[in-house]
Design a protein around this ligand. Structure first.
Ligand SMILES: Nc1ncnc2c1ncn2[C@@H]1O[C@H](COP(=O)(O)OP(=O)(O)OP(=O)(O)O)[C@@H](O)[C@H]1O
Length: 267
């Protein structure tokens, strides 16, 4: 699937703020991710992870700046922006009668001329993505007839067919079984390395977050309270303070931190 990707995909977020329904949901968030790197946003429920990703995708109004390769993403028109940034939401509304193939092909829209038809290249990219996500056998199935995990892989497929250098994934593994969680994150990592994609995900699973990301950003209501390599962010004091969780953190075989929940002592 390599080719067709231009630019280095480095992202710089500065002073980002979002107000929804007159409530400040994010304030003064800054982060930076180099082209080809993987950054994961973690944080407790309601901290603003999905909101941050949607603001980075240019889907909601925000203050501050989101620069991709130095270009202000919000100022781009939808088609050039879609060639630069692909976004897979957590729970998108899917047209129930559309086929898996046609939905994945929608990711090629920014490359198809107005009133034009998809090209052989668009079909080739779509078929290759479906194959890599283990979805070839589902190509003609209706979206309304899929399980939650199958739907989630189809949403990822649409984002991947976009072939943008920046991939924003909101909770890409929530509905997936253990094997598919690993398969999807390994695939994203292989694509990242092969095509030098810049990956930004939100993830609730802190062990997955620590295993795949170069950098973690911990959001705690509306603010980035820690950021750095996984072993700097996945620490017992930070997780206790911001998640209210009793945990033990130890280095795994590869040196990356593993987080275990422990029972509180006062039982
Ligand atoms: N459209 C909206 N109007 C008002 N408040 C909103 C809106 N969307 C989200 N919020 C609020 O913004 C805050 C952040 O929501 P967001 O979905 O970004 O959190 P999150 O960290 O992704 O949460 P979770 O881990 O539960 O998915 C929450 O308090 C949520 O209730």
């Amino acid at each position: 699937m390599s080719g067709g990707i231009e630019g280095s995909g480095g992202i710089e977020v500065r002073g980002l703020g979002v107000t929804l329904d007159e409530r400040e949901v994010l304030a003064d968030v800054a982060l930076s991710v180099g082209g080809g790197e993987w950054l994961t946003i973690i944080g407790p429920n309601g901290a603003g992870k999905s909101t941050l990703l949607r603001a980075m995708a240019g889907l909601i109004a925000c203050t501050g700046e989101v620069l991709v390769d130095g270009v202000c993403a919000r100022r781009l028109r939808p088609r050039p922006r879609a060639r630069l940034i692909a976004y897979a939401p957590q729970n998108p509304l899917l047209p129930p009668d559309m086929s898996v193939y046609d939905y994945a092909l929608l990711g090629r829209t920014p490359y198809i001329p107005y009133l034009g038809r998809e090209s052989a290249r668009d079909r080739e990219v779509t078929e290759s993505v479906l194959e890599r996500l283990d979805l070839t056998g589902f190509a003609s199935r209706r979206l309304g007839h899929l399980s939650g995990g199958e739907r989630q892989r189809v949403v990822l497929a649409r984002a991947l067919t976009q072939q943008a250098p920046v991939l924003l994934l909101d909770e890409p593994t929530t509905a997936l079984d253990l094997g598919h969680q690993q398969q999807v994150l390994e695939l994203v990592d292989r694509l990242r390395l092969a095509d030098r994609l810049t990956v930004v995900t939100t993830l609730h699973d802190l062990n997955l977050a620590g295993q795949y990301a170069d950098t973690l950003v911990l959001l705690a209501p509306g603010r980035a309270v820690a950021s750095g390599p996984p072993k700097q962010v996945l620490t017992e004091p930070l997780l206790a303070r911001h998640f209210g969780a009793h945990v033990q953190v130890e280095p795994g075989a590869d040196g990356r931190p593993l987080v275990h929940l422990t029972r509180p002592e006062e039982r």
